[in-house]
Design a protein around this ligand. Structure first.
Ligand SMILES: Cc1cc2nc3c(=O)[nH]c(=O)nc-3n(C[C@H](O)[C@H](O)[C@H](O)COP(=O)(O)O)c2cc1C
Length: 242
């Protein structure tokens, strides 16, 4: 019999919408989460609602300067900022899969998501040049926007958020990232002429979210199966008893 002291199938979910009611990014991410839940019904979900509970404004600069300050000389504020950076990183590291729901705001990345990423990178384990400790971890980015910036549209290239988020999550942190994108054309009355397109895009985004959630759950379930068959020996990760 295999006994493990670490929970399996923990999902981390981050929401960056500044609203709770009526949020499309939450609704699409809910579909991913539901599919995950169908495969991992019991395991906890670690949640961060950074759009309504943002990072403290001074925390990032404080953490950056604290890193260059000898431990014994750090102020309480510096220690608190570094503790926050470590806590955010621990949450990511302890999860088996990650789900980020981040809308487009003002043609750029949500300030709350940028502040959160900056705080995570302020932790020494996530600093530039450190070994990527989350390489290969399955992750989903759900991103929602009001208008289309696809090739051929008048504002092609104006979405300065999605590429940046993918750069950080897939290239810097080396997550195994899938992106679900949804454009709201047709929800906004000014774009009524696109109502059919909107309906189609919504259906496509929902299907994609369901498919991606299933894949996310299955990816971790298959890793669990392998681990159970051949338990890891590293202390602190797995403890096995016969
Ligand atoms: C303040 C604000 C700025 C926005 N800026 C943009 C934008 O630049 N481009 C865009 O396509 N949509 C923009 N939107 C639309 C949002 O991306 C869209 O409403 C999205 O659904 C918001 O996420 P939520 O539904 O999860 O709250 C903006 C919305 C708000 C509230």
């Amino acid at each position: 019999m295999t006994v493990t002291n670490r929970m399996r199938g923990v999902l981390y979910r981050l929401d960056a919408s500044i609203r709770v009611e009526g949020s499309h990014s939450r609704a699409i991410a809910d579909l991913v989460e539901q599919e995950w839940r169908s495969i991992h019904p019991e395991e906890p979900i670690i949640r961060r609602h950074i759009g309504v509970d943002p990072m403290p404004a001074r925390a990032w600069a404080t953490a950056v300067f604290a890193s260059g300050t000898p431990e014994e000389s750090r102020s309480d504020e510096q220690n608190a900022a570094l503790t926050l950076a470590a806590t955010l990183t621990d949450e990511l590291v302890s999860a088996d899969a990650l789900l980020f729901a981040v809308p487009l705001y003002n043609f750029g990345v949500s300030q709350h998501f940028k502040a959160w990423v900056d705080m995570v990178i302020a932790d020494h384990r996530m600093a530039a040049g450190a070994e990527p400790i989350m390489a290969g971890k399955p992750a989903v980015l759900v991103t929602v926007r009001g208008g289309s910036y696809r090739p051929g549209t008048p504002r092609e290239g104006w979405d300065h958020a999605t590429g940046w988020m993918q750069r950080v999550l897939a290239d810097v942190w080396q997550l195994d990232l899938k992106t679900v994108e949804f454009t709201l054309v047709g929800v906004n009355p000014a774009l009524d002429q696109f109502r059919d397109l909107a309906r189609r895009q919504r259906a496509e985004a929902e299907e994609q979210a369901i498919r991606t959630g299933r894949q996310l759950g299955a990816a971790v379930a298959s890793v669990e199966a392998v681990r159970t068959a051949a338990p890891l020996r590293s202390p602190g990760l797995d403890r096995t008893a016969v």
